[in-house]
Design a binder for this molecule. Structure first.
Ligand SMILES: Cc1cc2nc3c(=O)[nH]c(=O)nc-3n(C[C@H](O)[C@H](O)[C@H](O)COP(=O)(O)O)c2cc1C
Length: 232
């Protein structure tokens, strides 16, 4: 092989390696914030057999988003003629499988339905420390031992509706199982964030459903629930 060919081959190889490492680092850049398998399992094992479950969620179904970094995808599911937001859809499945009560977290102020306006508004909102007025409270909150809390990842974080919900209750002594629907970033830092807010709660990282795979949500949830012995 002559020198020129060797250089071309070397450059090509370097480009392939850099691209592969870059892709890996991009996809896994938030993994360090996620709970280890061991921590997850320990948190789930701590749930008592006779626990009462609540599934609470925030969801904002909208049409397909324009590209947002790596995060673009559909934010709704139509099933049996009903339009569900992705998180609403997942929450609905979880509540049925767990035989849990279902609570929709709704803000008094509504959000834009037009994707660009929604992205712009929530970008400003997420960067602030604001809290929002919520439409209703969970009745008999103290009756629940395990609260699944679901949200779409918004700007690498939980929507302010979730922070506002969390601020309203005392989760000490309870188990919080977080679940997300997302465009690729899974939980980002949200699990340690909630842990820090409630050091006396058992905070567990639950299922994360990729928005582009929302049609396979039921299967993934089944697997997660069985693997973690919530159902047989
Ligand atoms: C305002 C906005 C911000 C988003 N930010 C992120 C993000 O930072 N990371 C991510 O993975 N997905 C992001 N997404 C994608 C959503 O998390 C995802 O599509 C989710 O399934 C939407 O759920 P919903 O239909 O219940 O609202 C964003 C979507 C919107 C509308």
């Amino acid at each position: 092989m002559n020198m020129k060919k060797k250089i071309v081959l070397g450059v090509l190889l370097a480009v392939i390696i850099i691209a592969a490492v870059g892709t890996y680092m991009y996809r896994h850049r938030f993994d360090k914030y996620e709970q280890s398998q061991k921590e997850q399992t320990a948190g789930i094992k701590a749930i008592g057999k006779d626990s009462r479950f609540l599934v609470a969620y925030f969801s904002w179904p909208s049409p397909d988003y324009p590209d947002l970094d790596a995060t673009s995808g559909a934010s709704n599911v139509v099933k049996d003629g009903h339009l569900y937001g992705n998180t609403e859809y997942v929450a609905d499945i979880l509540s049925k499988k767990l035989n849990a009560d279902l609570f929709r977290i709704e803000t008094v102020r509504s959000y834009p339905t037009e994707p660009k306006a929604l992205l712009d508004e929530t970008k400003v909102e997420n960067a602030s420390h604001m809290r929002l007025e919520l439409k209703s409270m969970v009745e008999n909150f103290s009756d629940y031992d395990v609260i699944f809390i679901g949200y779409p990842l918004w700007w690498y974080d939980m929507p302010k509706a979730i922070y506002s919900f969390l601020d309203r209750y005392d989760f000490s002594g309870k188990t919080i199982v977080l679940f997300t629907t997302h465009g690729g970033n899974r939980f980002c830092r949200t699990v340690p964030t909630v842990r820090k807010m409630f050091p006396k709660a058992n905070v567990v990282q639950g299922p994360a459903i990729y928005d582009r795979e929302i049609d396979k949500a039921e299967q993934s949830l089944d697997e997660w629930l069985k693997d973690n012995e919530f159902i047989n």
